[in-house]
Design a protein around this ligand. Structure first.
Ligand code: FDA
Length: 503
């Protein structure tokens, strides 16, 4: 059929032949191509004209469409990048840094069913569902069930669970990926597999090994967790003049050691630190904990709000608990922006004089913010090899350097990027070492990018970034890759390479 056609046309013909309706296929010539491509793009840095765009978008609505995308892609030399929520910090679900790469976006936005079985405390969630949709569906089914995952409600389930996923319940219940009990995956041969048929190694790899490398996950079976009907939240802001440096310095040892039903995170920007807490209980008990563990913060009853868990998800996402829960269902998200982020793990408290120096960075006009998420609790009791996510015991907190801006152009870009990179460099003596680790879901291409050797991703080169995200689990991930996708079909700038056969 495809003789005389170019690879993209052959790919499209193959898809239609496999039963994918043409209305689900778009190419740059289609009128709605740009709208669809941009529909879930979260980082404008990756929609500039010099970035390679997909030759096609496959807006799959059924598993068979995703299977056909993989099979036809392999047959006709078109790679497939899966996109769930489009929040990748480096745009890897919709853009390629290789100008020669021919790839299609397999858009999973239509796979967004969330089915909750409250009697069994389980749910199935499609990869294209957002975290907000999951939270909303779980809370609609039960007032005492929840799912532990990230804070931003427009993040997609597919990428988030693939890389770990942490939020306000992690100290009690671990990562989102720790609470996955089954999954449906399209593998590199286009087969539809579940936990039993994919086997435990592949099931291990997809729960934290980062998106893209092992196949396309269509849906996930989640273990839901118990929360009380009433939880308590507070936010207190302390400025430099209100001893913010002293409080952040103390916080570093206190927050990771708090009882696991309490999380106290910090956002630091401009001239102040914002301490945000979620406690799985009432205000009176929370205040007792704060009096015992962190009296200097000076939290009082008037800071507390007693609400339901689902309201707390609105509270952390939109800074107010009184906003309607339906906001969780709004997939459009924030105003499009340019983003650059980096991350560190902190294992020893950073000295106070360093925090004092940090204010001069945060006061700059081009400054972003720092987000400090404390670990400890359940995070510290899960083995570092239980999932590919290795940052467990011994890590006090995750430190995220986050910059966003709205101005177009290279001047703004360079200033913001060098702010993030400069502060990251300055923090080097105070964070994890050998390797200096980071969180794969805070994707950072500065850590290294892949290179090909004989048309397969180089293992030696990928180790440079891979051990920073996965430490000792990187080699096992590469071994799983060699088994599940030896030809390296699923690949991107930071995909797991197949482990070379021992010579
Ligand atoms: P996207 O669709 O861009 O995919 C990300 C990667 O996974 C890509 O490589 C993609 O190809 C691959 N992929 C996507 N779907 C797949 C599938 N079904 N099967 C296989 N591979 C797939 N993280 C966190 O832990 N806690 C938090 O609170 C937040 N908050 C947050 C806020 C904001 C505004 C952003 C932009 C990001 C976060 N994150 C986060 C990080 C977030 O977890 C991370 O970017 C996820 O990978 C996003 O998943 P999406 O599906 O949205 O991304």
């Amino acid at each position: 059929v495809a003789s005389g056609l170019n690879a993209t046309d052959s790919f499209l013909v193959c898809l239609v032949g496999a039963g994918v309706p043409p209305r689900l296929l778009q190419t740059p010539a289609s009128p709605s191509y740009s709208t669809t491509l941009l529909s879930s793009v979260r980082n404008l840095r990756y929609v500039t004209s010099d970035i390679q765009r997909p030759v096609a978008i496959v807006a799959a609505t059924e598993p068979a469409h995703a299977q056909a995308a993989v099979r036809c892609g392999r047959r006709h030399g078109v790679r497939v990048r899966a996109r769930s929520g489009g929040h990748d910090y480096e745009g890897l679900s919709y853009a390629s840094l290789d100008p020669g790469e021919r790839f299609a976006v397999l858009d999973l936005a239509a796979f967004r069913d969330v089915r909750v079985d409250s009697a069994r405390a389980e749910a199935w969630a499609g990869s294209g569902a957002t975290l907000g949709e999951v939270y909303y569906a779980v809370a609609a089914a039960s007032r005492v069930l929840a799912f532990p995952a990230g804070i931003c409600p427009t993040v997609g389930v597919g990428g988030h669970l693939s890389g770990g996923g942490f939020g306000t319940l992690m100290r009690r219940y671990g990562l989102a990926a720790d609470n996955v009990i089954d999954a449906v995956l399209v593998d590199a041969d286009g087969r539809l597999l579940n936990r039993t048929t994919m086997g435990e190694d592949l099931f291990w790899a997809i729960r934290g090994g980062g998106g893209e490398s092992f196949g396309v996950v269509l849906s996930w079976k989640l273990r839901l967790v118990r929360v009380p009907e009433t939880v308590t939240v507070f936010t207190v802001r302390r400025s430099i003049n209100q001893s913010a440096s002293h409080l952040i310095t103390k916080w570093q040892a206190i927050a990771p050691a708090l009882p696991s039903d309490l999380i106290l995170r910090v956002a630091v920007r401009s001239q102040h630190a914002r301490f945000e807490a979620l406690f799985l209980g009432r205000c009176s008990r929370l205040l007792e904990h704060m009096r015992v563990h962190f009296p200097d913060l000076g939290v009082t009853q008037s800071d507390c709000e007693e609400i339901s868990w689902i309201q707390s998800t609105v509270y952390f996402a939109f800074y107010s608990s009184s906003k309607p829960l339906e906001l969780l269902l709004d997939r459009s998200g924030e105003t499009p922006r340019y983003v650059k982020a980096k991350s560190d793990y902190v294992q020893e408290p950073i000295p106070r004089h360093v925090w004092e120096r940090t204010w001069s960075w945060l006061e700059k006009p081009e400054a972003g913010l720092l987000i400090l998420d404390p670990y400890g609790g359940r995070m510290g009791s899960i083995s570092p090899s239980a999932t590919p996510f290795p940052h467990r015991k011994g890590n006090l907190y995750n430190l995220q350097y986050y910059s966003y801006w709205f101005e177009n152009g290279t001047a703004a870009l360079e200033k913001r990027m060098s702010w993030v990179r400069g502060l990251y460099e300055e923090m080097e003596p105070y964070v994890s070492k050998n390797p200096r680790t980071g969180y794969v879901n805070y994707r950072d291409l500065d850590l290294g990018t892949n290179e090909l050797e004989d048309n397969v991703t180089s293992y030696a080169r990928a180790r440079i970034w891979g051990e920073k995200y996965f430490k000792g689990n990187f080699e096992r991930l590469a071994a799983v890759k060699a088994m599940a996708d030896p030809n390296d079909f699923f690949r991107n700038e930071q995909s797991i390479p197949p482990l070379p056969a021992a010579k």
